[in-house]
Design a protein around this ligand. Structure first.
Ligand code: WT7
Length: 651
């Protein structure tokens, strides 16, 4: 069941070290004891809507109050029914009448070292201007705006401007291919595209606009494209379609009313991989999502007014939505935002940034931590990172060794680590230590947040015993939950609500230990996790099969030191002989179809794919081979996997 990562899980299961919060941390923490956490959690469990009602009344601004906290028509939730609010107002306007008005909202640094700081008042006026720009293009409530941009302040400005006028943003990570952009534009019927001329990555120019041009040739629903000048490279501007960002906002004013929207107004769509070939557009709505992002940000990061918070995620992923923009900004936090690679101009860039901006909270991914370990402690030692007080991780489980390094080398043995388990679908963090209250164990995301009631079930849908792994579900709706899959109600029901009656199926396996701590054990479906990013093996297989020389393919994950999992592809050919050139061509093809992050690390040619008598691809065998257990080397020769399959005919 828990498949590709099972080697690591054994490791994790023997982990016995416990790290309570230090008294110094606890003394200042808002939630500062296990008893306090337990009391909150118990109270929330007794009546979840009542618990959220208390929070929502004060934590969001309401133009008009809601009449009911939750209307649950399984599996469709309406939170804060008939209330009127605006996410952009909650993130910006609310702070303008307080001392936060002149507090930095975004401290940004570009990869080449250029910098920009925007206070809440300045960010507000930039957002208003761009929202007016959007309006001048005829964008209205309900229109979908695709965003394909580097990590610049304008990316956050664009998201908040959409929210301000009720347009639905669909951010597409700027590493995806033209093909992937076109698919998403089509699925969401996007009317407008936002991009930049290019972006910096490890000192090189990425030509985002050229990729967008290719995508727009296949995106008939997109009428216009707004282009931010970021790097000044030569680009094509199509007459009548393309508009420079600076031209669009030149003659608009910085006054744009945040319109009151119904609580359930769609806020954004974010595409993520599922167990089939087609990415799903996960739909989030306004009030519940915004509240959940804000509250979980405050709880998990124990946010204090003078924190300098840095979440290293790109806004192309849910982490960037919830913990770069909507959570911290609704909480009035100061966020560091960095455009580029962690190893440019050298491997010390992150520590340099932490020293320079006196970052107090760092939220990053295990894959980055593993890379830092490999690069060596000397990069850390060059900088004074003693401003840090709290560390976080997200995206995949963290190996205990990496956890210990993070704790000792980065956290000086003093900073708590919050290992946060959640998903694009959950909108915000679901399980995590509350750093002042819950002792941590390396590799465990510890406990569910207040208001989150998990259940772990076996194949017969009986609740699992302690230490028995099973399907992780959430048994009661929560405000940040997805409201559906864009345009596909049936898939929403089938995917998330059909396995365990009345429960949301997360798609991960998990177990609870003797202390009631949760351990995530890996996916139950054909989803692999590459550098903290979700990929469906079937999606990569489909891309491979669309190549004229590929007859059939099977893709599995194999362990990888830095990425967590690497992509291994087994391919049978047609009208072609195996060669290194063809391998390179297939990798390039997947890059073109999906994006660089999906390009297989290994490709093996085989005469046939090993299948069971019932015709199922023997993925377990392929995983063994891919991880080097059966066949050594990455050769171009044809392997006869059929004979191996005969030896191990298993379902
Ligand atoms: C999947 C969700 C949540 C934002 C980033 C990824 C895995 C995520 C953890 C963690 C173990 C984790 C799960 C989950 N995952 N965080 N702390 N421990 N596994 O979002 O792309 O929607 O992927 O990532 O398998 O289901 P996503």
């Amino acid at each position: 069941m828990a498949n590709e990562t099972s080697g690591r899980i054994d490791n994790v299961m023997q982990e016995a070290r416990v790290f309570p919060p230090t008294p110094e941390f606890q003394a200042k923490a808002a939630i500062s004891s296990m008893e306090q956490y337990q009391q909150m959690w118990d109270e929330a469990k007794a009546d979840p809507p009542a618990f959220w009602d208390e929070i929502a009344k004060t934590d969001l601004h309401w133009f008009e109050p809601y009449r009911k906290t939750l209307e649950w028509n399984e599996p469709f939730a309406k939170w804060f029914v008939d209330g009127k609010t605006n996410a952009s107002y909650n993130c910006l306007d609310r702070h303008l009448t307080t001392e936060r008005r002149d507090k930095p909202a975004i401290i940004w640094e570009g990869e080449p070292g250029d910098t920009r700081t925007l206070t809440y008042a300045e960010l507000h006026s930039e957002v208003c201007r761009f929202a007016n720009g959007l309006k001048s293009l005829g964008i209205q409530q309900g229109d979908v705006v695709s965003i394909y941009m580097p990590m610049t302040p304008e990316l956050a400005i664009a998201m908040l401007a959409c929210a301000r006028i009720g347009a639905i943003h669909s951010v597409i990570f700027a590493g995806f291919s033209a093909e992937a952009i076109a698919d998403r534009n089509h699925d969401a019927s996007a009317r407008l595209m936002l991009t930049s001329d290019g972006a910096w990555r490890r000192g090189k120019e990425l030509s985002l606009k050229a990729t967008v041009d290719e995508a727009l040739a296949k995106s008939p629903t997109v009428e216009k494209c707004v282009v931010l000048k970021r790097i000044g490279n030569d680009i094509n501007m199509q007459d009548g379609r393309d508009i420079w960002w600076h031209d669009l906002i030149e003659s608009v004013n910085d006054d744009c009313l945040a319109e009151p929207f119904d609580s359930e107004t769609p806020l954004f769509i974010l595409y993520t991989s599922g167990s089939t070939g087609k990415p799903k557009g996960i739909k989030h709505t306004t009030a519940g999502y915004n509240l959940y992002a804000k509250k979980t940000f405050e709880w998990v990061f124990d946010h204090r007014e003078d924190d300098i918070y840095w979440c290293t995620a790109d806004c192309g992923w849910i982490t960037g939505h919830s913990y770069v923009v909507y959570g911290p900004m609704a909480a009035g936090a100061t966020c560091v935002m960095y455009e580029g690679a962690p190893n440019f101009p050298d491997e010390g860039r992150f520590w340099e940034l932490i020293e320079k901006y006196k970052v107090t909270i760092l939220y990053t991914a295990p894959t980055a931590i593993r890379a830092f370990i490999k690069w060596g402690d000397e990069w850390v030692d060059k900088h004074d990172i003693s401003s840090l007080r709290l560390l976080g991780t997200v995206g995949e489980g963290i190996n205990p060794e990496a956890w210990m390094w993070y704790h000792e080398k980065i956290g000086a043995g003093r900073c708590p680590i919050v290992d946060t388990w959640w998903q694009t679908e959950t909108g915000g963090i679901m399980m995590s230590p509350l750093p002042g209250a819950i002792p941590t164990k390396p590799g465990s995301c510890t406990k569910p947040l207040p208001g989150i009631i998990p259940g772990i079930f076996d194949e017969n849908n009986e609740l699992c015993e302690k230490n028995q792994g099973g399907k992780l579900t959430i048994t009661h709706p929560w405000p940040g939950m997805l409201r559906g899959i864009w345009g596909d109600e049936a898939r929403y029901k089938q995917q998330y609500w059909s396995s365990v009656p009345h429960c949301y199926l997360a798609g991960d396996n998990a177990r609870i230990d003797d202390d009631g701590y949760y351990w995530i054990m890996g996916r139950i479906d054909d989803v692999i996790n590459v550098s903290g990013h979700r990929l469906s093996t079937i999606e990569v297989e489909s891309a491979l099969v669309s190549h004229p020389n590929v007859a059939e393919s099977a893709v599995v994950g194999r362990p990888h030191d830095i990425k967590g999992q690497a992509i291994a592809a087994f391919v049978t050919l047609r009208d072609a002989e195996p060669s290194d050139e063809l391998k390179a061509d297939l990798k390039l093809h997947v890059r073109k179809e999906i994006g660089a992050l999906a390009a297989p690390d290994d490709i093996r040619f085989t005469a046939v794919l090993p299948k069971t008598r019932s015709g199922k691809i023997m993925r377990r065998l392929l995983r063994d081979i891919a991880s080097g257990k059966e066949v050594a080397g990455d050769t171009s020769t044809l392997e006869d996997l059929a004979s191996l399959a005969k030896l191990r005919d298993e379902d």
